[in-house]
Ligand binder design. Structure first.
Ligand code: ATP
Length: 256
């Protein structure tokens, strides 16, 4: 059976280097189909962040580069597009560590994402309202300085800011990092709602495989910069080796 490919995101046999010598990712291929949630799983240092940064052209500032292979966004090589141009083309990355402007209010932080596409005032307000509908907590905290909100709220701000760019694909790096399980669950529920209601696709890097496989359609497991396993989330949940190594076994880096 031939699989119909809609040419959404395609990462084809990439290798990524830091400096001239540190090989962080080798021969990684993956696809994200439109409307799907795809998880990129693996332990610390497996190459998840590097893969996401390779897609959004953010390796340069770290003296990194894609040294082999190619990445196509809707059939077009992303190497021709800066991170900012990619945002305009519908791909946005939420960096690991929920970056917020600590001294700005929650609302100012969210609005900061809206200016990338230079919308008018009405459009900006409408997008902001939409973000508040997805994250009601942020409406309550809208006049609070981001630095004074909880870690979970800051993660929501970072995602909300990215959503202001009206993305078709969100690259989300380790949304669960350092957050209480109940908050992480709330964030993943919002991601699912967003995906179902607005059709936004997600490629999310996660150490917490157990959690990610409950929300993803498809997943790739990275180990030492290589894809060692991939499949639908349902298939992977059933596999014994996933249980041994990632779903509560010795290598599960973080509790759910
Ligand atoms: P984490 O969850 O810790 O972010 P990860 O799976 O995202 O892990 P990467 O951050 O992509 O992994 O790291 C992959 C490899 O690249 C690791 O060996 C790491 O030490 C190395 N690496 C990452 N960033 C840099 C950098 N700026 N300079 C040099 N080496 C780096």
């Amino acid at each position: 059976m031939t699989i119909q490919w809609n040419g959404f995101l395609e990462v084809d046999a990439i290798e990524a280097l830091y400096g001239q010598a540190i090989l962080a990712v080798r021969d990684v291929s993956l696809k994200v189909e439109e409307g799907k949630i795809v998880a990129l799983l693996g332990a610390n240092g497996a190459g998840k962040t590097t893969t996401l940064k390779a897609i959004s052209n953010l390796l340069g500032p770290e003296r990194g580069k894609v040294s082999k292979g190619r990445i196509l966004w809707q059939g077009q090589p992303v190497s021709n597009l800066s991170a900012a141009r990619l945002v305009a083309h519908g791909v946005v990355q939420v960096l690991e560590g929920r970056h917020c402007f600590q001294q700005l209010t929650v609302e100012e932080n969210i609005l900061a994402g809206g200016f990338v596409k230079k919308p008018g005032g009405t459009e900006l307000r409408r997008s902001l309202e939409q973000v508040y509908e997805w994250f009601p907590r942020l409406r309550e905290k809208r006049h609070t300085k981001a630095g004074l909100t909880s870690g979970g709220e800051q993660q929501m701000v970072a995602i909300g800011r990215a959503l202001m760019t009206k993305p078709r694909l969100v690259l989300l790096d380790e949304p669960s990092m350092g957050l209480a399980p109940i908050i992480v669950q709330e964030i993943f529920e919002i991601i699912r709602t967003l995906n179902r209601q607005s059709g936004t696709s997600f490629l999310l890097a996660e150490q917490n495989a157990n959690l990610a496989l409950r929300y993803a359609d498809y997943a790739y497991i990275l180990e030492n910069g290589r894809v060692v396993l991939s499949g639908t989330a349902a298939e992977l949940r059933e596999r014994q080796d996933m249980h041994d190594f990632y779903l509560g076994g010795a290598k599960a880096a973080k509790p759910n």
